[in-house]
Structures are given as C-alpha cells and as structure tokens.
Ligand binder design. Structure first.
Ligand code: NAD
Length: 175
C-alpha cells in the first residue's frame, strides 16, 4: 500500500470563494488529499466572521463535492484560535489528519509552520483584488455583485441561512 501525501490549507473561509477554489485545485494537482482547516472556528456573527464553522463546513463540502472533487480526496476540520501563537501549530496538528506540506499565503501562518519545522508552499494569488473575503463581504453589505465571486453552491447556502440579512443586521447601529 502506498501512503497518501496530504496537504493542509488553513483559512477563515468567510466565505469560501473562487480564489480558494483555485488554490484547492492546485493543491490537489500536487498531493493525493487536501485537509481544509476552517480557521477561527469559534467565531461567527460579526462583520469580519459572519458564518459559523458549521455553515462554512456546509459551504465547503457542497462547493467541492459538486464541482468534481471526490469526497475521498478532502477532509474538513474546524480549528479554533488559541491565545498563544506559539501553541497554534500543535493545536492544528492535534485536530487534523497527518500532512506533509502546508499551503498558505498568510505570513503568520507561514512563519509558525516554518518555525515548527514544516514544509510551507505559497500558492499564487488568483485575482486577489476581487477574490478576497473582504471584497465578498463588502459587496454583500452594499448590494453589489457578490454572487459572481462564489461557487453557486455557496450562494445557495448563504441564501438558505439568510446570510445577507444577517450581515446587514449586524452592521446596524443601536438606536
Ligand atoms: P483566508 O480565508 O483569508 O485565506 C485562506 C488562504 O487562501 C490563505 O492562504 C490565502 O493566501 C489564500 N487566498 C485567499 N484569497 C486568495 C486568492 N484570491 N487566490 C489565491 N489564494 C487566496 O484565511 P487566513 O486569514 O489566511 O486564515 C488563517 C487562519 O489561521 C485564521 O483563522 C487565523 O485566526 C488562524 N491562525 C490562528 C492563530 C492562533 O490561533 N494563534 C495563529 C495563526 C493563524
């Protein structure tokens, strides 16, 4: 039996967008399986982190499985933040299947894994000005075209959970 090579991608994925989908496709062209760590899993219902870890799991699972990625090729694991950065890699490793390489463009994530002795790869950014969680959430709040930045399955989940009204409600000032 040949051991599987696994890669890890950690992101808040608030929500998963076409830039993340591009990275995941690239990872799966290099390794057998991808582990998707849902970062800041404890956060939800804020403008920066509107969706729960459960909602993000549903979005990611539908986006991958319904876009030709077989469920045997990915794992989805929620990962809560820890107050001490120096302990975070141990927390990630406790919660995820074993992996050989971590993929991240986030300098803090890169640094923590390098210092823990891991191989880190930086995937190229896919039209980052547009494909960013910040831009997706800005468009949601301002009635812009957010749907074109996301896989259609993610749009369906956001509509099912009334996500746009959640974000707009959270942005209101107390009266
Ligand atoms: P993110 O969702 O913004 O991005 C996830 C990944 O996708 C990143 O590697 C990013 O470079 C990549 N990406 C985003 N847009 C892209 C595009 N258009 N094209 C190609 N790639 C793109 O998430 P993030 O902010 O990197 O998440 C890091 C997580 O790790 C956070 O939840 C953070 O809290 C957590 N973390 C926690 C600790 C701690 O708890 N002490 C320490 C470090 C990191």
């Amino acid at each position: 039996m040949v051991d599987k090579v696994r890669g890890l991608l950690v992101g808040r994925l608030q929500p998963i967008h076409d830039g993340h989908m591009d990275v995941i496709s690239r990872i799966l062209a290099e390794v057998d399986e991808v582990i998707i760590g849902i970062g800041s899993a404890q956060l939800s219902h804020t403008l920066k982190d509107p969706f729960t870890a459960g909602e993000r799991t549903m979005m990611i699972n539908k986006a991958l499985s319904e876009n030709g990625i077989h469920p045997s090729r990915y794992y989805i694991t929620p990962i809560q933040d820890v107050a001490r950065n120096s302990l975070w890699v141990a927390q990630v490793k406790m919660l995820t299947p074993p992996f050989e390489i971590i993929y991240s463009g986030n300098p803090l994530v890169q640094r923590l894994f390098i210092e823990a002795g891991h191989k880190v790869s930086t995937p190229p950014l896919f039209n980052r000005e547009v494909y960013s969680g910040t831009e997706v959430r800005r468009r949601m709040l301002e009635d812009g075209d957010w749907k074109s930045l996301l896989p259609p399955q993610v749009v369906d989940v956001i509509e099912e959970i009334d996500g746009i009204n959640r974000i707009k409600h959270l942005s209101q000032k107390e009266m």
